[in-house]
Design a protein around this ligand. Structure first.
Ligand SMILES: [Zn+2]
Length: 911
């Protein structure tokens, strides 16, 4: 079956999607300090009884209005105030809400609703997966469970009682601490339809007030891995990871990651876990990566489960980072939460920054930074240049699910990092302490965060706030001039920012620009800005003396360095000190000098990327005009040879340095993107590298095998990364002996990293070994869903002709299921991320994506909208492709009963 038949309900469609504005924010008219929930779970429905202690908010503007509660797809069974059932004239229940015209000042509202978790394919609210029932409430899923003020500034103490079939759902969990449980007596069972099987119950109490988006419930058949953590202050905490039966041998790494993250947060930020127990549940059907529900995190299985033969080094790294990320939310998100959803980056930007710092401390700081910036530039810069461009604190949205974006997360983290750079590490920590002291238990704004940083550091961050308000990637044009007579080096810096959706004009940003100057011998020159006293003697100079953070605040500014003994090569934006596009006229010699000598490893990598980007863009232009790509300059080949030679000293860094810029990144740099020419140019350069460096690559392949048993740690993972990069370059030679190496690695590897590297190499190669390898892989792993995802992704990502046809066949394969988000991301998302096939000139890729978006939208609008983002950059392409993309977008737009999720994306894209 290609597509499942969707179950449609009226309430899911919003007849008149409207924009919601930040400027319209008002405090809630009512508060709900206590919530008592009772869930009765049956196969065909669930009954939810909610007792809400409600009172008027003394801070509300209007103290006399009606009570308006959110609710979607709820069938009301009964409603009472203070024990008195309401007459049908006393309330109004509609498709999107329930209102009570004249409620008392303070009362208990009791509602009973029926919901249908098994029909909930949107995976928002309470839904069913293979092992049982699960919830996802962020951002607005709780209103699909019961009537509520479903907004983050309404915080409540929750008590949750769960009743369910004992044998099917032996594990009953909710937030907080357990407060009893046991078998149900027979009379209580009688209320369920045909409930003759034995049932049981469990009660949970969460002592911390929380917004409804942090509510969670699980009723399932699961196995548990338990452990224990003792906090710095000596309090023992029970740790538990619940997984599908048979998967316990795949969650040990996640448990270790959890304990590491807890210790790190104590050491770096002085923050301890605050509950008696901390639980994680892994589920295979999940829209997002993971969710930080208070005390009961719910994770996509892909961020929990891994064994050396099922997970790659990247999977292990992601598990480490995501487990840490969700744990860190317990303070940055749960203890201090968001006032409204415009403030989403308050918790996400800050928590991504925290998990980045954790990653930097656990692995290689430069390599982690390189990977983060690569992703920021490929995804977020493109977002900032497209129809979905929005500030880190958006001013308006139609559907908040569409704003879980790279801008909110990754650019949001860059903003926090820039504050860290501007105020310094010590002040940053003082700022965090002040933030928690002021706002613990509150729902606050990004302004409150910046204010705490400014107050704790005494540093003026007023202009910096514009980063939260203005969308777009600033352009920093820098020019350097050396005056030998005056021994003076002048940097002229001009900033600008292109117009974005609704923001034609931008005010200047406050940009931290970290700068160093390299001499001819590659050493850093001491830095003294005009007007400063002479620098410290070289041997006493700390790192501050060779890197200066310049505060760029004006549209145009000049910085003069004095006492500069020789014409320097500037190293600009060290460590990627700001999320900007940096324009500086580096020549080839300057870039190779930086590649070889820059004290900042990030900029060593950056110089190589600039060099490669120049070569690739020139080759693309030549191919477009019917010519041939020129030979790459000798300096580039020499630099790559040197990286390989130095590889053993830092293999992970060498692997990053030898990875050419992505096709999608190159497309962004062209006025009119030509995916075929970019692809041909990039493949061509890879082949040239392989030809020129063949002996060194073979040597790397033979020598960079990590010793001993498999470990996903940074050192052995780095060796595997470099070795597999060598293999993938060597495969460009189309040499049967190399293919044999790949096949041997594929069949003989004891870990998934090496298996996958070989499979990817073979899948990109039109060779006799390809089909057999793919077949054997599927046969071996068909019962491991996460490994099947890899099998789908590797085929969708292949550069071979016929990839789209293969993807269409796979969409009908038993291994695929449109209802499972991981499968959709692997196969459909895999094609979307494959520029040469997705942007095929005949429009077949666009038509296919439109079909999938339309099919998905009928039951899972969130995932459909995410896929529809594939059309974001359609105006970047030639008129032929534009016509094809426009037709596909219009076809989606004209679909009847389009969700507001997809409607918002498509209308902005066509806009
Ligand atoms: Zn998060």
């Amino acid at each position: 079956m290609l597509y499942p038949r969707p179950h449609r309900t009226a309430a899911m469609r919003d007849p008149t999607p409207t924009l919601i504005y930040l400027k319209d924010y008002t405090p809630p008219a009512f508060l709900i300090p206590r919530v008592d929930l009772e869930f009765e779970l049956f196969e065909d429905f669930a009954r939810v009884r909610a007792r809400l202690a409600i009172e008027r908010n003394p801070k509300a503007a209007n103290r006399h209005g009606p009570l308006a509660l959110d609710g979607e797809e709820l069938a009301l069974e009964s409603i009472a105030i203070d024990g008195r059932a309401l007459a049908s004239t006393e309330y109004q229940a509609g498709a999107a809400g329930l209102s009570i015209a004249a409620p008392p000042e303070r009362f208990t509202l009791e509602t009973v609703v029926r919901i249908r978790p098994r029909d909930n394919a949107a995976l928002s609210g309470l839904y069913a997966s293979a092992a049982g029932f699960f919830t996802q409430c962020e951002a607005q899923g709780f209103r699909r469970i019961t009537w509520f003020l479903d907004r983050p500034d309404v915080m409540s103490i929750y008590t949750t009682l769960i009743r369910a079939d004992r044998d099917r759902y032996p594990v009953l969990l909710s937030n907080g601490n357990p407060a009893g449980g046991g078998a149900e007596d027979a009379t209580a069972c009688a209320i369920g339809a045909g409930a003759t099987a034995p049932r049981h119950w469990a009660k949970w109490v969460d002592p911390f007030p929380k917004p409804s988006y942090l509510f969670a419930l699980v009723a399932a058949k699961l196995e548990v891995l338990e452990d224990r953590f003792v906090t710095a202050s000596g309090r023992p905490v029970r740790l538990a990871i619940y997984v599908d039966p048979g998967k316990l041998d795949q969650c040990g790494f996640a448990m270790e990651a959890l304990k590491k993250a807890m210790r790190w947060d104590e050491q770096v930020f002085g923050l301890e876990v605050d509950l008696d127990q901390y639980m994680i549940v892994a589920v295979g059907d999940f829209n997002m990566g993971a969710m930080e529900n208070k005390g009961l995190n719910i994770f996509n299985t892909r961020y929990i489960l891994a064994r050396q033969d099922t997970g790659t080094d990247t999977d292990f790294l992601n598990i480490d980072r995501v487990v840490a990320h969700e744990y860190f939310h317990n303070w940055t998100g749960n203890r201090v939460t968001c006032r409204d959803w415009f403030q989403l980056s308050l918790k996400e930007g800050l928590t991504v920054f925290r998990d980045q710092e954790y990653g930097a401390d656990m692995y290689s700081r430069p390599v982690e930074r390189i990977r983060e910036v690569r992703s920021l530039r490929t995804v977020q810069f493109a977002e900032d240049a497209g129809p979905m461009a929005h500030p880190v604190r958006p001013a308006a949205y139609m559907e908040i699910s569409n704003f879980y974006t790279s801008t909110i997360y990754e650019k949001g983290a860059e903003l926090v990092r820039m504050i860290h750079t501007l105020v310094g590490a010590g002040n940053f920590r003082r700022g965090m302490d002040l933030y928690f002291r002021r706002h613990d238990g509150q729902a606050v704004t990004t302004d409150d965060f910046v204010q705490a940083m400014a107050d704790a550091s005494g540093i003026d961050l007023e202009q910096f706030r514009r980063w939260y308000e203005q969308a777009g990637t600033p352009l920093l044009k820098v020019r350097g001039a050396y005056d030998a007579g005056a021994r003076r080096y002048t940097l002229e810096v001009k900033q600008s920012c292109p117009p974005t959706h609704g923001q034609p004009q931008k005010l200047p940003f406050h940009i931290p620009l970290a700068v160093g100057l390299l001499g001819a011998d590659g050493r850093d020159l001491p830095l003294r800005l005009q007007g400063e006293s002479p620098p410290l003697a070289a041997e006493r100079a700390g790192p501050g003396a060779i890197t200066r953070v310049l505060s760029v605040t004006q549209p145009a500014q000049t910085f003069v360095f004095e006492g500069v003994a020789e014409p320097p090569v500037p190293s600009l934006a060290r460590g990627f000190s700001a999320p900007v596009v940096l324009d500086f006229d580096y020549d080839e010699a300057a870039l190779t000098h930086l590649m070889a000598h820059d004290a900042d490893p990030f900029n060593r990598w950056e110089a190589g990327q600039r060099l490669a980007t120049g070569i690739l863009l020139r080759a693309t232009e030549n191919l477009r005009s019917g010519g041939r790509a020129a030979e790459p300059p000798a300096a580039f080949i020499d630099a790559c040879a040197r990286i390989l030679k130095d590889g053993p000293a830092d293999p992970a860094f060498a692997a990053e340095a030898l990875t050419l810029p992505a096709e999608s990144y190159l497309a962004e740099l062209m006025a009119v993107a030509d995916p075929d020419a970019i692809h041909a140019a990039r493949d061509g350069l890879r082949r040239q590298l392989a030809e020129r460096l063949q002996p060194a690559l073979l040597d790397t392949y033979r020598t960079q095998t990590p010793p001993g048993a498999y470990s996903p740690d940074a050192a052995p993972a780095g060796k595997r990364a470099l070795r597999n990069l060598a293999l993938s370059l060597l495969m460009e030679l189309e040499d049967p002996a190399i293919r044999l190496l790949a096949l041997k690695q594929f069949d003989g590897a004891d870990n998934m990293t090496d298996t996958m590297a070989a499979l990817v190499a073979l899948a990109n190669c039109d060779c006799p070994e390809r089909a057999g390898a793919l077949e054997r892989f599927y046969e071996k792993w068909q019962n491991e869903p996460l490994v099947v995802d890899k099998w789908l992704a590797v085929q969708a990502g292949s550069r071979l002709r016929g990839t789209l046809a293969a993807v269409k066949r796979l969409a009908a394969h038993a291994a695929f299921n449109l209802r499972n988000p991981n499968k959709v991301y692997a196969l459909i998302g895999g094609l979307r991320a494959n520029p040469v096939h997705f942007h095929a000139a005949d429009g077949a890729g666009y038509a296919f994506l439109a079909d999938q978006v339309i099919a998905l939208d009928s039951f899972n609008p969130q995932i459909a909208a995410r896929l529809a983002r594939g059309f974001d950059r359609w105006k970047k392409y030639d008129t032929g492709r534009q016509a094809q993309a426009r037709a596909a977008l219009q076809r989606i737009r004209d679909t009847t009963r389009l969700s507001k999720d997809v409607a918002e994306i498509v209308s902005r894209s066509l806009g």
